[in-house]
Design a binder for this molecule. Structure first.
Ligand code: ARG
Length: 483
């Protein structure tokens, strides 16, 4: 390998030029060929050079030496600065790709690392591995169910102008949120709020293409009306409330008063409550379907029956699938929500009806009057109640509920407190998964699902409920993906 090469030339070291002497001698060859040479002993060919440099060099003038060392210093400083800059640039890119893996205007599919251009979002064709690009294109906003469409280009939501809109489009939008078309209720125009500056409008002349491709953004809406869309007739109770005050401290419910309330049985025993949101989907708490309770086939769901003894004489609905929130935490009860899909759809009657899921942009007042219902214990340590009870409870602001003398920071954003700091009225064991509802704009909304509390009805230990508003995205996504 290196046997043909003569002794290396002397070399004057004008700075940091470490090993190029080898590569210059042997272009393309292994950079340290002489170490493997059979003829040339490696050490002598290297050591003498250094020694020679030291010994044979004439003694330089001190000014020359200072100049050389100054140049060295300068080069070292420059190289150090360059190294720091390179590290900073590298660190920036690492951060950029970890935080935001898609370059420029590309949008990431969930957290999959797959990036697609905005033009492919909401175009009716699924490009993301789990189809995220087609499942988050529409939403209903506020207490009036205003239909809004997402614009991936401007990364914001726009209300849809009523002009040229019809029920066929409404049905498409409802299907995209995970609702079934056979429960479709209505689309109607409502007067716009002044705050709307831009709208999504239908392009009539566009042919038979995807709904979202037919929509374009516009600053005007001739009718002045935007689409209010109801995908299911929800939140209706036939029984007008007699606001009485057993649950702990509640009263017995009338038939049809809480038609969304269901009792979840395992092996003939009431375990938890739940709320009907569609013919096939029940919302409950994740802690109700944990561990040995996670097998869908051991559950039976009873709807429209107030009395537990009566349930034992009936069959109940079978459960096909249970979806627990992936971020549910057993210890903290963070994300305490789960979905149950029934094997056969419910038939809606006066006593079996869905509750409305809260829309984004619903403002619940800090002390908003709400109602809880369930077959839970009527006192701490008591047994399941035979009849459905209900009681009214006000919401408690998170900051207050998190104060040291109440729950001292245990109330996470996925939770909401409701009850009385004086104690005496509360949900209790067996009420879990059941509804916390409020009435707004003549509609009953699911504000929360019964989750936890220290004891039951103790002073300064109110009930803690899953904050449904933060779960609706997850619920729609799962209903849509498991149709
Ligand atoms: N975790 C209970 C259940 O499984 C509900 C507790 C509600 N407690 C309360 N103090 N509000 O039924």
């Amino acid at each position: 390998m290196t046997s043909t090469v003569g002794p290396p030339p002397y070399y004057e070291n004008h700075g940091f030029q470490p090993e190029n002497v080898y590569s210059a001698r042997q272009p393309g060859a292994y950079p340290y060929p002489q170490y493997f040479s059979t003829n040339a002993p490696p050490v002598p060919s290297y050591v003498p050079r250094v020694a020679t440099y030291q010994s044979s060099r004439p003694v330089a003038h001190s000014s020359e030496r200072t100049c050389a060392s100054n140049i060295k210093k300068t080069i070292v400083i420059i190289l150090s600065i360059l190294l720091v800059i390179c590290c900073a640039i590298a660190a920036f890119f690492i951060w950029y790709f970890v935080e935001n893996r898609c370059l420029g205007s590309l949008i990431e599919c969930g957290s999959s690392g797959v990036c697609i251009p905005p033009s492919q979002w909401c175009d009716g064709v699924s490009h993301c591995p789990s189809g995220e690009d087609e499942t988050r294109c529409v939403r209903l906003f506020g207490p009036d169910f205003i239909l809004e469409v997402y614009s991936p280009v401007s990364k914001s939501w726009y209300p849809v102008c009523q002009d040229d809109w019809n029920d066929d489009y409404g049905k498409i939008a409802c299907k995209d949120m995970g609702y079934s078309v056979d429960t479709y209720y209505y689309s109607r125009g409502v007067a716009t709020e002044v705050s709307f500056k831009s709208y999504m409008k239908l392009n009539r002349s566009a042919g038979n293409i995807d709904l979202y491709k037919k929509l374009y953004s516009s600053d005007s809406c001739a009718s002045g009306n935007v689409v209010s869309l109801r995908c299911i007739e929800c939140g209706l109770s036939i029984k007008s409330m007699n606001i009485m005050n057993r649950i702990v401290g509640g009263s017995g419910a009338m038939p049809g008063q809480w038609p969304w309330q269901v009792s979840l049985h395992m092996e003939g025993i009431h375990v938890c409550g739940g709320s009907i949101i569609t013919r096939q989907w029940i919302v409950t708490a994740a802690h109700c379907v944990e561990g040995r309770y996670s097998d869908p086939y051991s559950w039976r769901v009873y709807a429209g029956i107030l009395n537990q003894n009566e349930m034992l004489l009936r069959n109940g609905y079978r459960v096909q699938q249970i979806i627990s929130h992936p971020d549910y935490d057993t210890d903290s009860k963070d994300n305490d929500v789960a979905l149950m899909k029934l094997e056969t759809p419910l038939s809606f009657t006066d006593t079996v009806r869905p509750v409305c899921l809260p829309n984004p942009g619903m403002m619940f007042q800090p002390n908003q009057q709400c109602w809880i219902s369930g077959w839970g214990a009527e006192y701490q340590g008591g047994k399941t109640s035979n009849n459905l009870n209900y009681v009214t409870v006000p919401l408690i602001e998170r900051s207050r509920c998190n104060s040291v003398y109440i729950y001292n920071g245990m109330i996470l954003p996925t939770m909401i407190c409701a009850g009385y700091l004086g104690g005496g009225i509360d949900s209790c064991q067996g009420d879990s998964g059941g509804p916390l509802v409020t009435n707004k704009n003549s509609v009953w909304w699911l504000v929360g699902d019964t989750s936890w509390g220290t004891g039951c009805a103790s002073p300064n230990r109110p009930g803690v409920y899953g904050n449904m508003t933060v779960f609706t995205d997850w619920i729609y996504k799962n209903m849509q993906a498991n149709r």
